[in-house]
Design a protein around this ligand. Structure first.
Ligand SMILES: C[S@@+](CC[C@H](N)C(=O)[O-])C[C@H]1O[C@@H](n2cnc3c(N)ncnc32)[C@H](O)[C@@H]1O
Length: 291
């Protein structure tokens, strides 16, 4: 089907009004995108954070009378909107989206593969994972940094805590790399569902347990991975370190380059730290508990 879209300049105050007006006139899809380049890191579950400059995009069937859309917005808004109407190329959008995901290799032997792709190396350690509602497909640098670290560990028979498990990608990879048991913890119930589903798809559901933080069991693991953000990593260091056995190993990410030292400083009294590893603007802080 062919589509046409209207892009409207908005801000935090007007974005919702424009979205409501577009819905009023039967717009089948409204999207908010960043009008500039203002990253929003990890909204809380259910929270919608808008950018100071937001572009609202309304999608219509190509035959729709776009002048009537513009007239309606102009009539209803306090000020005439700035907008641009664009004809969209007639493509198979689902195909287009799927075409952007490919198997990715981490280290020597670990692959994350979307289910609709051929597995490049059937003898490798393959995790099947499709993009879904929870964070973690392997394309983000923070996930990549943790996967590379896990791949380089000897996980045979080990226990693992995946703190901030999202899609479950790190915990599932750990099991496929030899870990015996993984506890996944996340504040987002959707992440727990996604982790369970993904574990089932990978045939490792009986080795992965998932919990909300308020239900998390007392547990000591050989390995902890925590890809959350610098601030919770600092604030929750006692809880996170509380999961580690003596001589346990930990890797943390979700840490921007300029935040890495502050996270390292908080963990340094307890952890023999490795060199900080960087990918793009993101870093990984890792090490082994001090005796
Ligand atoms: C960046 S995603 C990481 C997902 C996955 N582990 C990965 O590496 O791709 C961070 C996850 O941590 C969760 N999270 C954020 N703060 C948390 C907290 N204080 N306790 C537990 N989970 C948290 C978020 O809901 C989100 O699913």
């Amino acid at each position: 089907m062919a589509w046409i879209q209207i892009r409207i300049d908005a801000n935090k105050e007007t974005a919702d009004l424009i979205s409501d007006l577009l819905m009023d006139i039967g717009c089948p899809s409204v999207t908010f995108i960043d009008g500039q380049n203002t990253p929003v890191y990890e909204p809380k579950p259910g929270e919608v954070i808008l950018w100071p400059e937001t572009t609202v995009i309304g999608l219509f069937e190509a035959t729709h009378d776009m002048q009537s859309v513009v007239d309606y917005l102009t009539e209803q808004m306090p000020e005439a909107p700035k907008y641009k109407v664009e004809q969209l190329e007639d493509k198979d959008w689902e195909r287009e989206w799927m075409d952007n995901f490919h198997p990715i290799k981490f280290g020597e032997r670990l692959w994350i593969c979307p289910s609709w792709r051929d597995i490049p190396d059937p003898d490798a350690v393959n995790v099947l994972l499709d993009p879904g509602l929870a964070f973690g497909t392997g394309t983000h640098a923070t996930t990549s940094l943790c996967l590379q670290w896990l791949e380089a560990q000897d996980l045979s028979g080990k226990t693992v805590v995946d703190f901030g498990c999202g899609s479950g990608i790190l915990g599932i990879a750990a099991i496929k790399l030899g870990a015996e048991r993984v506890i996944g913890i996340d504040i987002d119930p959707q992440a727990l569902v996604a982790s369970r589903d993904n574990a089932e798809r990978n045939g490792v559901a009986d080795q992965l347990e998932v919990y909300l933080p308020e239900d998390q069991p007392e547990f000591k693991a050989d390995i902890v991975v925590a890809n959350i953000l610098a601030q919770p990593l600092r604030e929750l260091h006692e809880i996170i370190l509380g999961f580690l056995k003596p001589q346990g190993a930990i890797a943390m990410s979700g840490i921007l380059e300029e935040q890495a030292q502050s996270v390292a400083d908080v963990y340094a009294p307890y952890i023999e730290l490795d060199a900080i590893k960087q990918e793009g603007e993101w870093t990984r802080v890792s090490g082994i508990t001090k005796p």
